[in-house]
Write a protein that binds this ligand. Structure first.
Ligand SMILES: NC(=O)c1ccc[n+]([C@@H]2O[C@H](COP(=O)([O-])OP(=O)(O)OC[C@H]3O[C@@H](n4cnc5c(N)ncnc54)[C@H](O)[C@@H]3O)[C@@H](O)[C@H]2O)c1
Length: 255
């Protein structure tokens, strides 16, 4: 059965969908036949509208909500609204995230807290809000966007890497806790993807050239490079796969 046939009548929820990887995933899921709920901070409302138009241009329903993934009440309100509006949530993509580089020695407490609140606790709270619904209907797919940083950090990203290692661990444990109810939980670990976050992180053309050289495929990623792996985890192509974290990084090996 094609992904298109499997996606018919199903709804995927994407956090952080106003730009970058989140926007590409919303469009990719719509192209594959899913209706898509897109969420982001209220400050991103105008950019969210652009994503909504892209989903609708693919001929799918788009549901738009503004929400901060670090705020439990906002998550619960959004999930309740979507369940009412769409009648169900079949796929959850936890994509929202931040990266503000700093040496660990200089990192202030507020930045540590913000990274953990958004990148790690946000994933947990989204799962806590959506999983009861998926478990009750005995099917669902959770896909967490972690990072290769969660495998091994690099200088100035220690705090970010720690949040992404947490996401990989949450993925492994949640998979074991909900698998008996027909729900799979997997993670994707992107390498360097040329989004706003990716470009800010690299900072210079020289850094881009360096990482292109390190990558086996001799290029850095585009947001669209994450779509295929997400569709794999969102569909029955991965029916017997859970608790995994897949690197999608063009073959970056670093020590
Ligand atoms: N770009 C990369 O190189 C790269 C590599 C590995 C992993 N990732 C991960 O991929 C995901 C998407 O990153 P991106 O590169 O598209 O970044 P981006 O900065 O372009 O987009 C991140 C999105 O998350 C949203 N967001 C931030 N804080 C939020 C909050 N509190 N509540 C709701 N939404 C919030 C932003 O508004 C934005 O739309 C992130 O989790 C990131 O850590 C990115």
């Amino acid at each position: 059965m094609t992904i298109l046939a499997q996606a018919k009548g199903k709804t995927a929820l994407v956090t952080g969908a106003s730009r970058g990887i989140g926007r590409a995933l919303a469009k990719g899921l719509a192209d594959a036949g899913f209706d898509v709920a897109i969420t982001d901070l209220s400050s991103q409302a105008a950019e969210l509208d652009v994503t909504k138009a892209e989903v609708e241009a693919a001929g799918r329903k788009a549901y738009l909500y503004t929400m901060d993934v670090s705020k439990k009440a906002e998550i619960e309100e959004t999930v309740a609204s979507l369940l009412k509006d769409a009648g169900g949530i079949d796929v959850l993509i936890n994509n929202a995230g931040i990266l503000k580089p700093s040496l660990l020695q200089d990192l202030d407490e507020a930045s540590w807290d913000a990274h953990f609140d958004i990148n790690a606790k946000g994933v947990l709270m989204m799962c806590q809000a959506v999983l009861p619904h998926m478990r009750a209907k005995r099917s669902g797919r959770v896909i967490n966007i972690a990072s290769i940083a969660g495998r091994q950090g690099v200088p100035t990203q220690g705090h970010y890497a720690a949040t992404k290692a947490t996401v990989i661990t949450l993925t492994r444990v949640l998979a074991q806790e909900v698998g008996m109810d027909g729900v799979t939980v997997n993670a994707i670990c992107p390498g360097i993807i040329l989004t706003e976050m990716g470009k800010n992180n690299l900072g210079s053309e020289a850094a881009i050239r360096h990482w292109e050289e390190v990558a086996a495929l001799k290029r850095l990623g585009a947001p669209e490079d994450i779509i295929g792996p997400v569709l794999f985890f969102a569909s029955d192509l991965s029916a017997f796969v859970t608790g995994q974290a897949l690197n999608v990084d063009g073959g970056i090996y670093y020590h």
